[in-house]
Structure formats: C-alpha cells, structure tokens
Design a protein around this ligand. Sequence first.
Ligand SMILES: NC(=O)c1ccc[n+]([C@@H]2O[C@H](COP(=O)([O-])OP(=O)(O)OC[C@H]3O[C@@H](n4cnc5c(N)ncnc54)[C@H](OP(=O)(O)O)[C@@H]3O)[C@@H](O)[C@H]2O)c1
Length: 162
Amino acid sequence: MEKCIIVAISDNSAIGRDNALLWHISEDLKFFRRTTSGHPVIMGRKTFESIGRPLPKRTNIVVSRGSEAPEGTLLAGSLAEAFEKAAEQQSERCFVIGGGQIYAQALELADRLIVTHVHTVIENADTFFPEIDPQLWKEDSRSEQYIDEETGYSFEFVEYVR
Ligand SMILES: NC(=O)c1ccc[n+]([C@@H]2O[C@H](COP(=O)([O-])OP(=O)(O)OC[C@H]3O[C@@H](n4cnc5c(N)ncnc54)[C@H](OP(=O)(O)O)[C@@H]3O)[C@@H](O)[C@H]2O)c1
C-alpha cells in the first residue's frame, strides 16, 4: 500500500493555528475530498477534533494514546498501528491527513507527498510542516497556479515521491 501524506502548506511552512486551518480555499478542499475519497485516512486526535466528525466515504483512523475511539472511527495507539489498520482496508493507497505531530512522524515513512503550496506567509501560526528535503524528495508533478478568489492567495498542487 502506498503511504501518502496530503497537506496544504504556506510559504513559511505553516499549516495551522489554534487547532484550525489557516485559510478556506474551496478548490483545495474539493481536491482533498476527490483525492482521499474511498481510501483510509489517518489523523492525529487533535486534527480529528478540529474536523469534528468522521470524513464520509473513508475509513477514519485516529491516532491517540487515549483508549476511546471517537464514534465512527478506528483508534490506533501509534502511527505504525494506524498503517496496519489502513492495510487491512485493501486499498492501494492510504492518506496521512495531519496534523503537525503526525506529519512529523509520518514523513520518514511516507512514499508520496501531495502538497498544496499556498503562496502566502502566515506570521502567527502555531503548527508547521517539516522541511521537504530535496535530496530525499523528487518532484513528480506540478499543476498550474490557481488563484483563490476569496483569499487572493495563489496556490498549486505538487506531488513528490521518495
Ligand atoms: N494545513 C493542513 O493541511 C492541515 C492538515 C491537518 C491538520 N492541520 C492543522 O494541524 C493542527 C493540529 O496538529 P497538532 O500537531 O496540534 O495535532 P495532531 O497531530 O492532529 O494530533 C496530535 C495528537 O495525536 C496523538 N499522537 C501523536 N503522536 C502519537 C503517537 N506516536 N502515538 C499515539 N498518539 C499520538 C496524540 O493524541 P492524544 O493526546 O489523544 O494522545 C496527540 O495529542 C491544527 O491546527 C490543524 O488545523 C493542518
């Protein structure tokens, strides 16, 4: 099973603040839904709480040291256990969908990064994505640049493979 990370990152590597996303870009949310639907998704407990409900049409695997799985999810006590549970779903891909703690641990295990580069600098973020080392990650595809009308931010979809 291919282990993918999917994430939206600002130019200064910011991904979140106050357990929420930093922007609302509807084309990116649609891309996320289209890309992950039908596949298992793995997330940290804080990201699950930020979303507030299981994502439909996907097996939701929540990583936590706690003992209770939120309704409609599978609980994993570690990222390794989350990948094992994902593999049981017989899907060709699974997606790590955040947040900061989980991305930091998943980066060394992932095969593919699916990144929305959002071209803005966010000064007061509290959660960041680690550096994508160009020695380790080769660009596999890059979309055209789009402009989000609501925020004015330009953004593009880039995939990296190990
Ligand atoms: N820009 C994006 O694409 C994107 C995507 C997703 C999330 N985000 C943002 O990221 C932020 C949340 O990230 P975060 O770093 O605060 O939290 P997180 O990674 O979502 O969740 C952290 C929690 O995961 C559990 N955990 C972490 N490592 C573990 C391990 N090795 N074993 C077992 N459990 C483990 C712990 O849960 P327990 O405390 O229950 O033990 C920990 O508190 C929010 O701002 C969110 O909006 C951004």
